[in-house]
Design a protein around this ligand. Structure first.
Ligand SMILES: O=C(O)CCC(=O)C(=O)O
Length: 211
């Protein structure tokens, strides 16, 4: 079993487990998911103007959700056995429950994720989010919501980042653009309650520009 990166390396509420999916398996999973996930290139409204989201995405979960004038159709996790298998392993490893998953495909260094917190009403006040990275390593940044220096981490293929406790209340995260990068896939497993009072929706494209 892969060991967590020593405590204190990341802020409280963030635990990085390097090589959680072992090397060869992580590489195979990347190739498989790149082929079988029905990737979509969404467009979102930002200040009334439509923009393409700078990555490909796919939402798996119990129901569709909408944000910024764009509806994300829900695909069942069980439609891709490898994603359901990962879900079950993540539940055993973390002790948390997951019923949904946002898959992001960063085609190259121009693809990115802007500053945001996963703090939507449907996720509850202190969600546990399990984020699995596959493919190329990319920088991952954290910044305190109240202001303060950026904490820099690197997420490699097979790494698992677990965000829990006050992580979404106290911090924002982003995946900045880079001059060059090989492709990468990230899978964030969540527990999504479709009956929660409507919010702005998951921040799939409503994030601030990537640094
Ligand atoms: O690609 C990543 O590691 C970040 C994904 C992310 O921030 C999200 O899905 O909310």
């Amino acid at each position: 079993m892969a060991a967590p990166v020593p405590p204190g390396t990341l802020p409280a509420g963030f635990e990085l487990v390097a090589g959680w999916v072992p090397g060869a398996e992580a590489a195979e999973l990347f190739t498989h998911l790149r082929e079988v996930v029905p990737w979509e290139h969404k467009r979102v409204l930002v200040f009334g103007k439509e923009h393409p989201v700078p990555r490909l995405t796919c939402w798996f979960g119990p129901s569709a959700y909408s944000y910024s004038g764009s509806t994300n159709e829900a695909h069942p996790i069980t439609s891709i056995p490898a994603l359901e298998d990962l879900r079950q392993h993540l539940e055993s490893f973390t002790g948390a429950s997951f019923n949904s998953l946002l898959a992001n495909y960063y085609r190259d260094g121009r693809d990115s994720m802007g500053w945001h917190s996963d703090d939507e009403v449907e996720l509850g006040p202190s969600p546990t989010i399990a984020s699995v990275s596959l493919g190329a390593a990319r920088d991952f940044h954290l910044r305190p919501r109240g202001g303060g220096p950026v904490v820099r981490a690197r997420l490699g293929g097979g790494d698992l980042l677990v965000m829990s406790g006050r992580s979404q209340m106290d911090w924002q995260h982003s995946l900045p653009k880079r001059a060059a990068s090989e492709p990468r896939i990230n899978l964030t497993y969540r527990l999504f309650d479709p009956r929660a009072p409507a919010s702005e929706g998951l921040q799939l494209g409503a994030e601030a520009p990537a640094p």
